[in-house]
Ligand binder design. Sequence first.
Ligand SMILES: [Zn+2]
Length: 323
Amino acid sequence: MSAGVALERLEACDLCGDRSFQPRKEWKDLLLFGPERWRLVECETCRLNFINPRPTRSAIPTFYPDDYPAHVAPATQPKSWHRVASAKDAPAPGLWNRLRLHFRQDISWYRFPRWHGDGRVLDIGCGSGGRYLDVLKGLGWTTYGVEPSQQAVTHATAKGHHAVVGSAEEQHFDDESMDVVTMWHVLEHTHSPRKALESCFRTLRPGGQLSLCVPNWNSSQAAIFGRYWWSCDAPRHLFQFTKQTLTRYLEDAGFRIRMIRTRTGATSWQRAYRGIANDLLGTRWQKDSKFLITVSDGLVAVLSAVRFFGVGAELRVIAERPA
Ligand SMILES: [Zn+2]
């Protein structure tokens, strides 16, 4: 470990509280190329995998690139499939629209919710609100967000979202105030997924819905790409989840799981190629390639048939706070 990075050691498993861990892997930082080696350990009792030791909460921002643009981009406008999925007056989709929606939701980084309650949605890790909250606001939802970056929150606020600076573990809005809470690739970044899920549960009204996505540690991509798999993203991804550990986390927090399935988006393929290319060629390619993502969309739709075997690259969940 390099000097100067404040580290902490997790003594008890965040999921089950047990204290015996086995070392599993040692990873380099594939994004910022720092000198540290990060150790992934597995809890002997519940099989949760996590980075230990890890940067403290105050040290972690130094491991994130600051790539927010200085100007506020115009709000993203809803497309026709977003209306079919999430508009207040959207009729129940017929067979054709159900198929179309299934495909669109599956290749989209975000899953757009059906209208729920009064249409109050909280996106944790909202960034500047672009793409997700912008679209929902455009469809009549009242949009709330939490995000660690002050600059991103300033942008989100300028676009009319109720956004605050903070972490997923803290609770920023009233108990039982939200109809839908979403976390797109956030839980693996938190210092305590348990606290983050407990906070989501309290913020949702009874009958409210939590929708989230995390990398799937039991995916075929994780097996194929090894240390180049995109979620071997130490020390930003502090936890790796399987269907079993994520289910236990959600049920312990009080949620009832409505859907848990895997998907494979184009981003994960593209990042694995990037990690391999950087290692082989000595390059320091950091950004996602929109071009590679766009050209692989069709291929991904075909290859992601592996999702039917539960080994897609990501776990996507809809859970409910029981009424
Ligand atoms: Zn455990």
